[in-house]
Ligand binder design. Structure first.
Ligand SMILES: Nc1nc2c(c(=O)[nH]1)N[C@H]1C(S)=C(S)[C@@H](COP(=O)(O)OP(=O)(O)OC[C@H]3O[C@@H](n4cnc5c(=O)[nH]c(N)nc54)[C@H](O)[C@@H]3O)O[C@H]1N2
Ligand SMILES: Nc1nc2c(c(=O)[nH]1)N[C@H]1C(S)=C(S)[C@@H](COP(=O)(O)OP(=O)(O)OC[C@H]3O[C@@H](n4cnc5c(=O)[nH]c(N)nc54)[C@H](O)[C@@H]3O)O[C@H]1N2
Ligand code: SF4
Ligand SMILES: [Mo]
Length: 710
């Protein structure tokens, strides 16, 4: 079939690096450099380079599996689909529609995420749908929406970074999590700009910084407030900007003034001179940015914390101006688009709210259903997982592996086991799929076409480069088959472009308006930034600066690379300060659990590892879990490099080899979360939720360490 080169994008993270694929005789593809995509200009990390390994039938699923006598055995598609249909029907009849849950993922294309949300509301009639993005950037999304009236991870393209004066990177280890993006920060420094990194560990990213602040995990809120206090005390507030473009300054200012530098030093462990230096570096240049990632966001106060960093930007006039602003580095391949089109518990396509009557009317009309038939908002991801086996009796899961990645994973595993029916669609037999009653093998990135929206808000076309192996079907085909069997014969097309055409209409007039974007444009341009309304006179939502578009043909909206330059997306066009104050984490160290655990990533593994743990080269680079700890803690424990160490929290116990380094604070240990089994970090983590975003506190909990006698 297709023999030529197909330009497309990486299946993994939100950078969505461009790559060229050439089919190989063994039915997979070879990855080649694609230099025309401006984000990575051909560069790829090891995960992207080796992604074709997961296309191989040696590691992937090629037949449906059904549980029979306790084990999963191969079955035909008809047998598997009939079993699901029967189980879903029975659950619905016995317990009502809300007893069926749906769990999606930020790695799913826009077309899949949209169809999954529609399937839940229209076919299943359930309110119980949410997705793993809740574990990812939901706190930044909530704070961004509050402050700016709109949540798009980055309000500017990455290419703006080298031209600003200073970037504060809060809790991002992008040298490992988005390696090709490091180039923008290197160029920033070459241009005379400065980089400040805030991370309890001296990471590969922190090593690049001009100033590294290493706060105690869970104290970023105090840190941001301390910086704002100094901004006020040193007379660095941009009064004219605050007056003209914001509301709520007086209350936010009063709250910040209660956070004296010495008090903040006591909470965070960051010395006052470093706080002062950070303020100087951030305020002196004409433009500056704050970028946050999971460090400050995955906390039970993540929304307030991001709000405090946004306050700092607003008080200094560094938002909605050229080369200045606040941005969140979204994580998953479609982490941005995945949060816009309706797989979230409270949401309808186009970033509309499920409890907004006008939104319900608009979307119901596109779907050809009665607005009153649409269920209301449901539970958030962890709350949904926690309700399995009680209120929610059957679960359809697509694009996540919560047995490894959910907080308090031992409990989540137990909840999954207590279901009457667990259905998992996946490309591999993940740890969660291994617990399912029915597993459906699906097609992957290089075998199917679809769109993703990168961390820049740039909508991209991923293209099919090869024919999938026999035995697998696409997620869209699965949803169509199930809809059919459950009595909804129309409205579930399997052609991605047809789905996108419907998504355009459903999103039209919403905050994330895609109605002016077509597959053709995506193929011809290097992606299109939303909002992009069909009618170019209709770009009021965000009022950004249009990009140098395609042939300026009046009717075509060029898309919006830069948001908020004239006004914010709030009703009055002004940004909102939030009045927030420091508070403790849900679990602080005590005599029994005296150490802080924080968690995160390593460069060679992706997320739950379901895909990357099946790639030899990546396993060679990152073979298993570890506990990173300071020599002082190690000495107290009597542990040498490589010795097994037990980490114990109120949720459970995990064991992994010690990795001893002075790069981490002596009061903190770090574990990556990519592995199941004994070294699973999420056995330990605390599911305390942020009250607004419902984000669990992955980044801090209290533990104790124990030596393990062999
Ligand atoms: N290699 C690789 N790349 C990935 C992924 C992957 O799994 N592997 N996943 C993708 C996804 S979905 C995401 S969300 C992104 C995540 O990208 P990042 O946010 O960069 O990744 P993390 O390692 O989770 O966290 C970043 C840093 O936060 C620090 N940190 C821990 N606690 C705190 C704290 O309390 N405050 C502060 N300021 N920092 C803290 C950690 O030490 C860590 O270095 O990566 C994406 N890219
Ligand atoms: N302790 C701790 N835990 C964390 C985090 C942390 O920092 N610390 N980070 C959290 C974050 S930010 C995230 S994003 C989550 C991610 O964690 P998960 O939600 O588990 O994400 P993945 O491991 O990417 O799981 C995706 C699954 O879907 C499959 N898959 C991939 N593409 C497709 C597709 O197109 N269709 C279908 N049907 N399946 C597909 C993959 O094979 C894999 O099994 O983990 C969270 N958990
Ligand atoms: S940085 Fe992200 S998008 Fe780029 S190659 Fe690596 S995993 Fe893929
Ligand atoms: Mo994420």
């Amino acid at each position: 079939m297709q023999n030529s080169v197909t330009p497309t994008h990486c299946p993994y993270c939100a950078l969505q690096c461009g790559m060229n694929l050439t089919p190989t005789p063994d039915g997979t593809v070879e990855v080649g450099e694609r230099t025309d995509f401006p984000v990575n200009r051909g560069a790829l990390c090891g995960k992207g380079r080796t992604a074709p390994a997961v296309l191989s039938s040696r590691v992937r699923l090629t037949s449906p599996l059904v549980r029979s006598g306790g084990t999963l055995v191969p079955a035909t598609w008809d047998e598997a689909l009939d079993r699901i249909t029967e189980g879903l029907r029975r659950t619905r009849t016995e317990y009502g529609p809300d007893a069926v849950g749906v769990f999606g993922g930020g790695g799913l294309t826009n077309e899949k995420a949209y169809t999954l949300g529609k399937f839940a509301r229209v076919v299943l009639g359930t309110s119980q749908i949410d997705y793993n993005g809740r574990f990812c950037m939901s706190s930044a999304a909530a704070a961004g929406t509050k402050a700016f009236g709109l949540d798009r991870g980055l309000p500017f393209p990455l290419e703006d970074i080298p031209k600003t004066g200073c970037v504060i990177l809060v809790g991002s280890n992008l040298a490992e999590t988005m390696p090709p993006s490091l180039r923008f920060f290197t160029e920033l420094k070459e241009n005379g700009g400065t980089l400040i990194v805030v991370d309890p560990r001296r990471t590969r990213t922190a090593e690049q910084a001009d100033l590294h602040l290493a706060p105690r995990p869970g104290t970023d809120l105090a840190l941001a407030l301390g910086l704002l206090h100094l901004v006020v005390a040193e007379g660095r507030v941009d009064e004219e900007y605050v007056e003209r473009r914001t509301v709520g300054w007086e209350d936010a200012r009063a709250a910040a003034m209660a956070h004296w530098p010495e008090y903040v030093e006591r909470i965070t462990g960051v010395p006052v001179p470093q706080l002062r230096e950070a303020v100087r570096m951030f305020c002196e240049p004409e433009a500056a940015m704050v970028l946050t990632a999971r460090g400050p966001e995955q906390q039970s106060k993540g929304t307030d914390t991001v709000g405090a960093w946004i306050n700092l930007c607003l008080a200094t006039g560094r938002a909605g101006r050229p080369l200045s602003g606040y941005g969140c580095l979204t994580g998953q391949g479609n982490g941005q688009g995945g949060r816009e089109h309706g797989q979230k518990a409270d949401q309808l396509p186009g970033y509309r709210k499920l409890d907004d009557p006008a939104a319900r009317r608009h979307v119901a009309e596109v779907w050809g259903v009665d607005p009153d038939s649409l269920p209301g908002p449901g539970r958030s991801a962890y709350e949904l997982l926690d309700a399995l086996g009680t209120d929610v009796r059957a679960l359809l899961l697509m694009g996540s592996n919560p047995v490894v990645s959910a907080p308090r994973a031992g409990h989540v595993e137990e909840r999954l086991r207590s279901l009457d029916l667990l259905v998992v669609c996946d490309v591999v037999l993940s740890e969660t799929a291994a617990q399912a009653d029915v597993v459906l093998p699906v097609t992957q990135w290089a075998e199917e076409t679809g769109t993703t929206t990168s961390l820049e808000g740039r909508v991209l076309l991923r293209r099919r480069a090869i024919t999938p192996p026999d035995g697998v079907r696409s997620d869209l085909e699965v949803l169509r088959e199930l809809a059919d069997r459950l009595g909804v014969e129309k409205g579930f097309p399997t052609d991605p472009e047809e789905v996108f055409e419907e998504l355009r209409r459903a999103s039209a007039g919403g905050l994330a308006d895609y109605s002016g974007i077509t597959y053709r444009r995506l193929a011809e341009e290097n992606g299109v930034f939303w909002p992009c309304p069909a009618d170019s006179n209709d770009a009021r939502a965000a009022d950004g600066e249009p990009q140098d578009g395609p042939a300026a043909d009046g009717a075509v909206h060029p898309g919006t690379p830069r948001l908020f330059l004239d006004r914010f997306a709030t009703p009055d066009g002004r940004a909102r300060f939030v009045a927030v104050s420091h508070r403790a984490s849900a679990e602080e160290p005590d005599a029994e659990y005296p150490v802080l655990l924080t968690t995160g990533r390593v460069v060679a593994q992706y997320q739950s590892g379901a895909q990357t743990r099946r790639v030899e080269e990546l396993n060679a680079a990152a073979p298993g879990p570890f506990v990173e700890l300071h020599p002082r803690l190690a000495a107290r424990l009597g542990a040498a490099e490589g010795d097994p160490v037990a980490v114990v929290s109120r949720r459970g116990r995990a064991v992994a080899p010690a990795r001893i380094t002075t790069a981490i604070r002596p009061d903190t240990v770090f574990m990556p979360f990519h592995w199941p089994g004994e070294g699973r970090a999420n056995t330990l983590t605390n599911p305390a939720l942020d009250p607004t975003s419902r984000m669990p506190e992955f980044k801090t909990c209290a533990v104790r360490l124990e030596a393990v006698r062999s």
